[in-house]
Design a protein around this ligand. Structure first.
Ligand code: CP
Ligand code: NVA
Length: 318
């Protein structure tokens, strides 16, 4: 009789799910997959596998990179808009997760409440990947970290400035600071600070980093200039995230002094990079001069969504 239980499936709901060495394993696999793709070599490690992609919000980059990534790995992806499946007519998430698990090998979900993802992961018997929730956007930050490493080497010990909304993307940067040992300075208006629970998790993880591993830090500030001073990397995102459209007018007023412009960038180190997950709003959170300027690596970040996602898909579904 065989008493060994099958290995527990893994999910990627937030960067808390990854240990430090797993970040570096994903970067290294993504780099190899990128090189193979550029050399015209096929990598069919997910032949015959299917990824279901459930979208409750719009997407360009996440949808196209996951779909193309599955195709390039020899598998296929199904685009499931919640408007067109029974989920949108009230079929419970728990039932949808169990049914999809009988057909496919992995489920990517873009949703509103992060609790929806937790429920999906609990009921699915296949890996669940967060393609963005109101709280986190882990795949984006993995692509951003890979992009930083490609341009400047290790991010450990570097100074990163976040300017703008303490949103889902900011939360993922906060978690990453704890795991990869960089110093994150977050400047937001008082009413738009990141969630205390996320900051507390990161700060306590930074404090308990094992000896020998770079210890990061997370500092909350109000003034963009204080965050950006001497930064190696400046990051921002839209002021109004998907689902917050009704708050747009109030947000435009609250964030008026949080635009990343050339004057602000001049406070950073001369070789500082600028990142934005996109879509961007030129003239709001960033000027066209910065977004389209020489310090911006936003198109590399977008491209790297494809390469890192292939590494994530192989790791979870291979
Ligand atoms: N950055 C990002 O996730 O873009 P999409 O909303 O287009 O997927
Ligand atoms: N914070 C943004 C990110 C979009 C990729 C949003 O949630 O809409």
């Amino acid at each position: 009789m065989n008493h060994t239980s099958p290995p527990k499936k893994r999910d990627l709901l937030s960067l808390m799910d990854l240990q430090t060495e797993e970040f570096y394993q994903l970067f290294s696999r993504a780099a190899a997959l990128k090189a193979a793709l550029k050399a015209g070599e096929a990598t069919h490690t997910l032949k015959g596998r299917t990824l279901a992609m459930v979208f409750e919000k719009p997407s360009t980059r996440t949808r196209v990179s996951f779909e193309t990534g599955m195709y390039q790995l020899g598998g296929q992806a199904l685009f499931l808009s919640s408007k067109d499946i029974q989920l949108g007519r009230g079929e419970p998430l728990s039932d949808s997760a169990r049914v999809l698990s009988r057909f496919v090998d992995g489920i990517m979900v873009r949703t509103f409440a992060h609790a929806n993802l937790v429920t999906m992961a609990e009921y699915a018997t296949v890996p669940v990947i967060n393609g963005l929730s109101d709280d986190f956007h882990p795949c984006q930050i993995l692509a951003d970290l890979l992009t930083y490493q490609e341009h400047r080497g290790s991010i450990a010990g570097r100074k990163v400035a976040w300017v703008g909304d303490g949103n889902n993307v900011a939360h993922s940067w906060i978690l990453a600071a704890a795991r990869l040992g960089f110093h994150l300075f977050v400047a937001t208006p008082a009413d738009y600070s990141p969630k205390p629970s996320v900051v507390e998790w990161a700060q306590s993880s930074c404090a308990s980093q094992p000896a020998g591993e770079a210890a990061g830090s997370v500092v909350l500030l109000r003034q963009p200039k204080d965050a950006v001073a001497e930064a190696d990397l400046v990051v921002t995102d839209s002021w109004t995230s998907m689902g917050q459209e009704k708050e747009q007018k109030r947000r435009l007023r609250a964030f008026a002094n949080y635009c990343v412009d050339s004057k602000l960038m001049q406070l950073a180190r001369p070789d500082a990079l600028f990142m934005h997950c996109l879509p961007a709003h030129r003239g709001e959170e960033v000027t066209a001069e910065v977004l389209d300027g020489p310090q911006s690596v936003v198109w590399d970040e977008a491209e790297n969504r494809l390469h890192i996602q292939k590494a994530i898909l192989e790791w979870l579904m291979g």
